[in-house]
Design a protein around this ligand. Structure first.
Ligand code: SF4
Length: 239
């Protein structure tokens, strides 16, 4: 539910909500769903509802106990802006984030419309990085929606990258993560799709992070692109 993470672009995960449902092509092989089913089968009490949206009130304050500053991925096992998550609960999650400015929070959603709807109610303190997933051209409109969110850092996760994204308007976007799909049934990613995103980030002066090539055995293929590892982070972070 909370702890160190093996995800390359974060340091810890915090899951006050688990469970979700699929909204676009990027969800097809959802890692969270796979994990939730496995944990349910193992009898893990957090997953008695399987992959249904489940609130874990007892985990709301977990980051307050971490004294050392961390980059924290919020809800790696769900989507904080899922329509079934009550506003009051989201407000509590934000309260914890607002009151722990020593941490940076990475909130990633495939439902940026709901973030915009709630933007006037929620307090986007500078330690909250708000991102949306852009896996292919079909969901490119999410970028424009994200730009209406008053977060100091806005980012895109182009993972699993399922097609070319050659016309990204990265104005007011501060960070882009790209990566291929991993695990069973992983859909292939072409190198030129990643190069194009890297080059657009370069031209538009946006930090670029290449997470992985992916594949069924992701560690075999690593994360170098043209002999270089891209580990950039947004520059607007607060000290
Ligand atoms: S939005 Fe994210 S967590 Fe939800 S089903 Fe899609 S990939 Fe999984």
């Amino acid at each position: 539910m909370a702890g160190n993470s093996s995800i390359e672009w974060t340091e810890a995960t915090w899951n006050p909500v688990t469970g979700c449902n699929k909204v676009s092509d990027g969800c097809k092989h959802c890692y969270a769903e796979r994990m939730a089913k496995r944990l349910f089968a193992m009898g893990n009490p957090r997953y008695i509802n399987g992959f249904k949206v489940t609130l874990h009130n007892d985990l709301i304050n977990v980051p307050r106990k971490w004294n050392k500053p961390k980059r924290i991925f919020v809800n790696s096992m769900s989507d904080l802006f899922h329509e079934e998550i009550p506003l009051e609960f989201i407000k509590q999650v934000f309260k914890t984030m607002n009151e722990t400015p020593h941490h940076s929070y990475q909130v990633l959603t495939k439902r940026p419309e709901r973030v915009v709807e709630l933007a006037n109610i929620l307090n986007f303190t500078p330690n909250i990085w708000m991102g949306t997933s852009i896996e292919n051209e079909k969901v490119i409109h999410r970028i424009d929606i994200l730009k209406h969110v008053p977060a100091v850092i806005r980012f895109l996760s182009c993972e699993p990258l399922l097609g070319p994204l050659d016309n990204l308007d990265l104005n007011n976007i501060h960070w882009v993560i790209a990566g291929g799909e991993s695990g069973p049934g992983a859909r292939p990613m072409e190198a030129d799709w990643v190069r194009s995103i890297r080059d657009q980030c370069n031209e538009q002066k946006v930090a670029f992070f290449f997470k992985q090539w992916g594949g069924v055995q992701k560690h075999r293929f690593g994360r170098e692109l043209d002999d270089k590892t891209y580990n950039e982070y947004p520059k607007l972070t607060l000290a």
